[in-house]
Design a protein around this ligand. Sequence first.
Ligand code: SF4
Length: 177
Amino acid sequence: MAVLAISKLPVRRGVAARDEAVALRGHHYLCLLGYSGAAYTPAFGRHFEGLIDRINVALRVDGFARLAVVRGRDAVCDPMCPGRFCNSLRVLPIRDARVLRYLTRLITTHGAEDCLPQGLPVRVGTEVQLDRPLLALMREVFHDGSIRRGVCGGCPHERRCTEGAARGFVGAKLELG
Ligand code: SF4
């Protein structure tokens, strides 16, 4: 499946989008939060950092970064996974869906609907306009563990991500500013 590009959606605050939205499947919204350089391979790490750099520039210059919710392989893994082995992992779509449901609740509870030009819920096809308040909120619930429940268990990076959150995301590539 080609990575879905969402480049013609309305953007908030009348600001032109810096870039095409970065297409992310559900659980990668979490992986993004604390990534500090440990990847499956050096090439994977360079690729992921390139995406995070794009997001950092958009946050710095525009105040928000455009992310698009997609199903299956996305901007993170699609170019880096010739084996497509995760197609056979039935647990991944379940984890993705859990994150999207949690994000919907989080955004509703905190009145952050501004981040969703198409409105709630957060689902495949939605654009998320990630700004610093939403990023801070996501990191907070990542740290307290609630958003990770049923998602991160069994991931080879779980310990690193948990410890990184406990250290206040020091060293994370995604910049809160
Ligand atoms: S533990 Fe794994 S799935 Fe969870 S945020 Fe970290 S890298 Fe992503």
